[in-house]
Design a protein around this ligand. Structure first.
Ligand SMILES: [Ca+2]
Length: 114
């Protein structure tokens, strides 16, 4: 087994004499979300080269985002004790919601339960 950092295979072709590449991914340089194609070509002891083989690795974000909702008056000021006058306009604000980077929130689904 050969231990490498992801940066190494991102910058150049690597040649090893063993069958396993153990790739370390750092928080500073993770493999981006999406699909990535790795290619292998092998050479025998007579110098014959194989055709290339490829594997596609898919990086997914499966971490849930966190929803945060706050109530404000019609001017956007937080409602004291979440209490307002009868008939008043008001706002709901989801700005505090977040997802673990590099994920991001793309939709806000609002509903009134009771
Ligand atoms: Ca996420």
């Amino acid at each position: 087994m050969t231990d490498i950092k992801l940066e190494q295979i991102q910058s150049e072709k690597l040649i090893t004499e063993d069958t396993v590449l153990n790739i370390a991914v750092s928080n500073d340089n993770p493999l981006a979300i999406g699909s990535h194609t790795f290619e292998l070509m092998v050479v025998d002891d007579s110098g014959n080269e194989s055709l290339p083989a490829q594997v596609v690795v898919i990086v997914r974000d499966t971490a849930r985002p966190t929803a945060v909702v706050r109530a404000a008056d019609a001017d956007g000021r937080p409602l004291q004790g979440n209490t307002m006058e009868f008939g008043a306009n008001f706002m709901l604000n989801a700005k505090g919601s977040l997802d673990q980077p590099p994920g991001q929130i793309t939709r806000y689904v609002w509903s009134l339960l009771d």
